[in-house]
Design a protein around this ligand. Structure first.
Ligand code: NAG
Ligand code: NAG
Ligand code: NAG
Ligand code: NAG
Ligand code: NAG
Length: 332
């Protein structure tokens, strides 16, 4: 046997090994230790043939309905698991016990409703996306004590409330998305531990009021989304402790006026950083604070002309365009 032959045998062995260690219907990228099963007719987790050194696994747009601790035992070095747009309807307890390096888990657009209490324990998750599922109940015990989560997305679910202690185990959260749920209330002190929080999205819920102490410890908040709720009053000190806030959305609520001083401490608002449109502003003396704030801060307001009066007398008029005497008529 000459050298050439030996090389061919080696090559063949390598080639065979390579093809054997990739699940049917999936594509493997050995150099990156990555496996992708995208839009293929899988109905079960592709355990067979998963390379043991896989660090990133993507199974998207398939028909798999479940995933278990046993399945994940095949990929002990996994760091990222992307499972969006499948048919997962439940997750097992201790799901992540065999993947101690997993930091990113994306479960967007599945059919998850109830999750067992210890479901995300064991792995050092930093990013957890549960967007667009059927979850109606959140539990603090989903994650371990002092978890390293800094990104949590629970948007587009069916949450009506967040339990008071839900964030107790998530002191490192920086980005929290709770938009597009049915939240009626955020408990008073529930955000108190979230001193690192930078973005909070509560758009499109059913909040009608917020306690004035709710943002007292979230000093690093830069983005706060409160649009499309039912907010009708805001406590005067609500934004006092948010000196870094750059973006604030309050459009599409039920605000008829805001208390004097409410916006005074928002020194970092971006240009066009605040949106106050589509509220039933009552254009009388009580609106004087907003009126004069708008005069001084026009450039920080998104479409200032679309902040309009809802009263019959001045209905449709832009608040900014009112004269002082019009504001003082006290017609309503
Ligand atoms: C993963 O293992 C395969 C062989 O099983 C090897 O070819 C590949 O180089 C390894 N990838 C990494 C990133 O270590
Ligand atoms: C999933 O199942 C449905 C119904 O059986 C089928 O129409 C669809 O093509 C399957 N999806 C994939 C990606 O195979
Ligand atoms: C919490 O985790 C951080 C690192 O993520 C660590 O530095 C700190 O010591 C932990 N605290 C406790 C009480 O375990
Ligand atoms: C919220 O907490 C404050 C103290 O920080 C307390 O005075 C107030 O009654 C609480 N509100 C509710 C609704 O629990
Ligand atoms: C808040 O942000 C500043 C500047 O980005 C950073 O230095 C500081 O550590 C942050 N505070 C917390 C509690 O994360």
């Amino acid at each position: 046997m000459n050298a050439c032959c030996a090389l061919a045998v080696l090559w063949l062995a390598h080639f065979c090994h390579g093809t054997m260690s990739c699940p049917a219907l999936c594509t493997c990228f050995p150099q990156k230790a990555e496996v992708v099963c995208n839009g293929v007719p899988l109905t079960e987790f592709p355990s067979g043939g998963l390379p043991e050194n896989t660090t990133m696994l993507t199974i998207q747009f398939t028909n798999i309905t479940s995933i278990s601790e046993q399945h994940l035992n095949a990929v002990p070095l996994l760091q990222e698991l992307h499972l969006s747009s499948n048919h997962l309807h439940s997750l097992s307890s201790h799901l992540l016990r065999g993947v101690p390096h997993l930091h990113t888990l994306d479960l967007t657009e599945n059919k998850l409703s109830h999750l067992p209490v210890d479901v995300f324990n064991h792995a050092p998750l930093r990013s957890l996306v549960l967007k667009d599922n059927l979850i109606d109940n959140a539990d603090a015990r989903w994650v371990p004590e002092n978890s390293s989560l800094n990104w949590l997305d629970l948007s587009e679910n069916r949450l009506t409330k967040i339990p008071a202690g839900f964030f107790l185990n998530m002191p490192h959260l920086e980005n929290l998305d709770l938009s597009n749920n049915h939240l009626e209330k955020i408990c008073n002190s529930s955000l108190n531990l979230l001193t690192k929080l930078q973005k909070l999205d509560l758009n499109n819920n059913k909040l009608d009021t917020l306690d004035e102490s709710i943002f007292q410890n979230t000093h690093n908040l830069t983005h706060l989304f409160l649009a499309q709720n039912k907010l009708h009053t805001l406590p005067k000190d609500l934004f006092q402790k948010l000196p870094q806030l750059r973006i604030l959305t309050l459009e599409n609520n039920q605000l008829s006026h805001i208390p004097p001083g409410l916006l005074d401490k928002l020194h970092s608002l971006d240009e066009q950083g605040i949106d106050l449109a589509s509220n039933p502003w009552l254009c009388n003396r009580k609106l004087e604070y907003l009126w004069s704030w708008l005069q001084k801060n026009k450039e920080k307001v998104y479409q200032p002309q679309s902040i309009t009066c809802s009263t019959q007398l001045l209905g449709g008029r832009s608040v900014m365009s009112l004269t002082e005497s019009e504001l003082n008529t006290d017609s309503l």
